[in-house]
Design a binder for this molecule. Sequence first.
Ligand code: FDA
Length: 505
Amino acid sequence: ISFCSSTDQSFQQCFSSHLPPSNITYDVIFTQNSSQYSSILQSSIRNLRFSNASKPRYLVTPYNEDHIQATIICSKEHHLQVRVRSGGHDYEGLSYISDVPFIVIDLFHIRSVMVDIKNEYAWVGAGATLGELYYSISAKSNVHGFPAGSCPTVGVGGHISGGGFGTIFRKYGLAADNVIDAKMVDVNGNVLDRKSMGEDLFWAIRGGGGASFGVIFSWKLKLVRVPPTVTVFKTVKSLEQGATKLLQKWQNIAYKFHHDLFVHAVIQVTNSNQNPTVQVSFDCLFLGTTERLLSSIQRSFPELGVTQENCTEMSWIQSVLYFAGYSIAESADVLLNRTTQSTQPFKAKSDYVKEAIPKTGLEGLFKMVVEEETSMLILTPYGGRMKQIKSSATPFPYRSEYLYGIQYLISWDVADETGKRIGWMRRLYKYMEPYVSTAPRAAYLNYRDLDLGRNSYPNTSYVESSEWGLKYFNHNFNRLVRVKTLADPHNFFWNEQSIPVLRLE
Ligand code: FDA
């Protein structure tokens, strides 16, 4: 590691002076002159829209909490902003870019997973990926799992602190609903667990976004019981095959299905012979056998025409591979791969629907979707367990009144297409306004969208931040502001969408 400038030396000296003598200090801090700096920085940039953005002064790769404590203390002393990165999947790159001098704490070394099947919990390092978590659980039990997202390279640090849902959330709730304890370093460099941080802060970091409150380095998670056999099917319908009608029905029933049954709808464009058309794919995970699935779906959704031939039985961990786009014949070892299969620039937004969108609304939507061949809309049914959990139980508020959530995505290859693609996304969002939730127009923090609003630097007024804060957190926003004001009164953990500190003005 080369510390050329006196500022760099001073940061390193500060860092070393705050460590116990026995703790290692080599290979933790990387300056821009270090040969490994670029590869570490690029390693988990998941949205190529930000690959050329401003770079951190240092990359800090802690091995333990002592390193995190020392980094926070020295960043404050050196007036450097801190960005924390676990899996790097933030949609707006907030874990690794900033407009002011900053450092990135990348937690990829802190990723051990300790699974206790007898007592049905796991301790997982915040830098672990979902794939590493799922793999470690399945290595010990084929009847335990954890309800979180489908993409194995997503980091548990950002994902769980922002909510986290996947194919079994209708049965078990969000990832954040299944956290029993957590360890974090706060703004003063103190190590806190659930008991010492208190229930308010513990509540805030389970859905309110960890980055506003400190650096979480470990979660204790409640494992859930999954059956030894689960079943999947996928049915794809074009508009000519009646996709619109099916989607109309899906909107009214998918949230009422038994909580073992998850059927999401994916709207995409196909293009054969220069004739782009919309198709809707209904993808199902059922926590049980084909026989039980068929008796349920043939009764509730016969129009989908699902038969035994469409269904495949497998273990829960194979369903993880299936929804991640792998063959189920593949070894679960692929879940340990931390690099994504493909990375492109992309933009995403989210919405929540309380009343089924009428046929004319869907038809207008399809007209817009067909304009952009690389667009994709994922419609995720709520209901089930999500309906039973109080909307104030965690900062994620969208529980009982919502039929489904929508994620809008568009990706592209060429840098100069950015404006056009984002323009399309904003027009689509505008088009959807009459059909989705209002006051607030709900959004999901983990699908971060800076179009919703951004904080001023270094301080933001409550009014300014409520623009985006109410959309993500609704009535829970005020409690988050109170917790933030106590936990980080000088707003050290600032970012473009961090929870603001309440000031007496
Ligand atoms: P990253 O490291 O970028 O962090 C995201 C945010 O959390 C940043 O603000 C960061 O500073 C903060 N943070 C990270 N680690 C922290 C820590 N240890 N302590 C404090 N703050 C921390 N979501 C979902 O619910 N279900 C899904 O199925 C998917 N699927 C999916 C697929 C793909 C390809 C992408 C790119 C994203 C998703 N997501 C998702 C969204 C995902 O949950 C969201 O982007 C998470 O915030 C990613 O967490 P990472 O740790 O990977 O991101």
